[in-house]
Design a protein around this ligand. Structure first.
Ligand SMILES: NC(=O)c1ccc[n+]([C@@H]2O[C@H](COP(=O)([O-])OP(=O)(O)OC[C@H]3O[C@@H](n4cnc5c(N)ncnc54)[C@H](O)[C@@H]3O)[C@@H](O)[C@H]2O)c1
Length: 243
């Protein structure tokens, strides 16, 4: 079903992992996808592989921690592709430093990427979506943002709690313009970020999640299927956490 034909999607942190899987599923459903990542070479390689499959994917360099970089990418998407319809705030880093050893610099760096970056991209995208009277914003949160970090530092869990609430605030503002905003909270997903870290034995479904497991929920929110959800948090964790 090519239900995203005519839509331009902006996926941050799209070079690998969950962001790459989201990019693929959006493009498979007909969207033009701008994959934007700090690692331009990896982003170009990923986009190149998808283009070879006939998918409409562009690669841009983006540092979500740098307001200037966010402004430039948003302006380029507006100029070249007519503006953003769907934004996925996926770019993120984590931190495993024990609390007594954490530094202020670590805290600020993570917050600037995982939380402030999501706000800056959402703000830039919202301004474009308001003109279209339609938009979808999807933040990748985390189970850590709901119950505290099991294996990650408090900066990460606090930033992810912030990303969940950010979606609610954007949902409240965006509703009058046809913009929805939601969060997807992964549990244990096997990617470069987590390889070898998580134990599937505590997962009810009996396995670690894949990036595609998350991409399915993100696609649902971006497509017509999810049009009555806004301000929602969707848990995709194989039954690790039930609320
Ligand atoms: N893997 C999991 O188990 C899990 C669980 C919960 C939440 N998440 C969240 O899902 C998202 C994707 O995680 P992943 O597991 O695919 O990680 P990953 O490390 O495989 O991919 C993250 C991507 O973000 C990019 N990135 C990092 N800093 C950036 C910046 N400043 N600007 C732009 N791009 C930047 C990286 O280059 C990389 O391509 C993250 O927000 C992460 O916190 C992951």
């Amino acid at each position: 079903m090519k239900d995203l034909v005519g839509k331009t999607a902006w996926v941050t942190g799209a070079a690998q992992g969950i962001g790459a899987a989201v990019t693929r599923i959006f493009a498979q459903h007909g969207a033009k996808v701008v994959g934007a990542d700090l690692n331009l070479q990896a982003m170009q390689d990923t986009a190149g592989r998808m283009k070879a499959e006939g998918l409409d994917v562009e690669a841009l360099r983006l540092d979500v921690a740098d307001p200037q970089s966010v402004t430039e990418v948003a302006a380029e998407i507006e100029k070249r592709f007519g503006g953003v319809d769907i934004l996925v705030n996926n770019a993120g880093i984590n931190n495993n430093t024990p609390i007594p050893e954490m530094t202020v610099e670590q805290w600020d760096r993570l917050m600037n990427i995982d939380l402030r970056g999501a706000h800056l991209c959402s703000q830039a995208a919202t301004i474009q979506m308001m003109k279209k009277k339609w938009g979808r914003i999807i933040n990748i949160g985390s189970m850590a943002g709901q119950i505290g970090g099991l294996k990650v530092s408090p900066d990460y869990s606090a930033a992810k709690a912030g990303a969940i609430c950010l979606a609610k605030s954007y949902a409240r503002f965006g509703a009058q313009y046809g913009i929805t905003a939601n969060a997807v909270c992964p549990g244990f997903i096997e990617t470069e970020m987590t390889r070898g870290r998580d134990d599937p034995s505590s997962v009810l479904i009996g396995r670690l999640g894949t990036p595609e497991d998350i991409a399915g929920a993100v696609y649902f929110l971006a497509s017509g299927l999810g049009s009555y959800l806004t301000g929602a948090t969707i848990d995709v964790n194989g039954g690790l956490l039930m609320r």
